[in-house]
Design a protein around this ligand. Structure first.
Ligand code: ADP
Ligand code: MG
Length: 301
């Protein structure tokens, strides 16, 4: 099978592992920098061009779209979909999951456990906003943040007010959330592929840090999920339409709650912590799905 990995950098761990896994399973794999692709939008012969040549005969693409490149990256994925190429994650699902608010709204509609969450842009009623999540301590997030940057714990009402005012001054969209203290600075990353959790790790934040992000010094270890955690992860991936997803959960007093759903989950941390060959499992799933053609979606832009 001929597979393209859409990634800005062929040397990234995840990109490299996917290519190696594909090749060792006997497939032809190419890494394509989607930012360098250009496209023609025509009715009869849509195509994607790269280095002056059309990208032809691909059976499947695996998008690894950077958070800051969602707009152009999903356009390239969409073009492959129009050409009838199977994509590990559809462009629609990637866009949906990249918008944190939209994602939480969809999960809430499905009845999936979430921290109590409020959302605002330029409210004058800061006390009211804080009250919607039960007062301090609370977590305040910039909607556009990743890797834990722009996530603040406000321990008091006064601190919360100052942070919200400061964010409001930046003209940013903000999310306020009940602080899940009992998570003790840890979260669970569940890797869902084709409707199954294939690997899970616990990430523990550095001492004194409530954010568990590995980029913020968190440490990863393998973990066994409870059946409820497992089903929450699977349902979250399904609700957002992602076939390959990293679902982040916190262990709260009211059961597992979802933090976020990631469409290009990193492979390095989870492969090292769990010794699961995640890349091979993703390739396996993509090859089976592309062959059956069942899940290929040609119309859902
Ligand atoms: P990012 O997209 O930047 O990773 P997250 O929303 O995932 O932002 O938050 C980063 C980390 O901060 C989470 O992995 C979690 O450890 C911690 N965190 C975020 N929100 C809460 C919360 N409401 N209660 C407790 N911890 C939280
Ligand atoms: Mg996160």
């Amino acid at each position: 099978m001929k597979i393209a990995i859409l990634s800005q950098d062929a040397t990234l761990y995840s990109t490299r592992r996917l290519r190696e896994a594909g090749e060792s399973l006997g497939h032809e794999v190419r890494t394509i920098n989607y930012l360098r692709c250009y496209m023609n939008i025509t009715a009869h012969k849509p195509a994607v061009f790269y280095n002056g040549k059309p990208l032809e005969d691909f059976d499947a693409v695996i998008p690894r779209i950077g958070a800051s490149r969602t707009f152009y990256g999903t356009a390239v994925v969409r073009q492959f979909e129009v050409m009838g190429v199977f994509s590990a994650n559809e462009s629609q699902a990637i866009s949906r999951s990249r918008d944190k608010l939209r994602c939480l709204q969809i999960l809430a509609r499905e009845g999936i456990g979430l921290p109590v969450t409020g959302f605002a842009h330029a409210t004058q009623d800061i006390d009211g906003l804080i009250e919607t999540v039960g007062g301090a301590p609370l977590v305040i997030k910039l909607l556009e943040g990743t890797q834990g940057i722009g996530v603040v714990l406000a321990e008091t009402q006064q601190a919360a007010k100052s942070v919200i005012e400061a964010f409001r001054g930046l003209d940013a969209n903000i999310l306020v959330q009940e602080f899940i203290k009992e998570a003790k600075g840890a979260d669970l990353r569940c890797l869902v592929v084709g409707g199954k959790v294939i690997a899970a790790m616990k990430r523990q934040g550095a001492p004194g840090e409530f954010r568990s992000n590995l980029h913020r010094g968190g440490e990863a270890s393998a973990i066994k999920l409870t059946p409820e955690e497992r089903s929450t992860a699977v349902r979250s991936a399904k609700a957002t339409g992602l076939r390959v997803a990293g679902v982040d959960l916190l262990r709260s007093n009211h059961g597992p709650v979802v933090m976020e759903v990631n469409s290009s989950p990193g492979l390095e941390g989870i492969e090292k912590a769990t010794a699961v060959d995640v890349a091979a499992k993703i390739i396996d799933f993509v090859v089976k799905s592309a062959r059956s053609g069942k899940t290929r979606d040609r119309i859902q832009y």
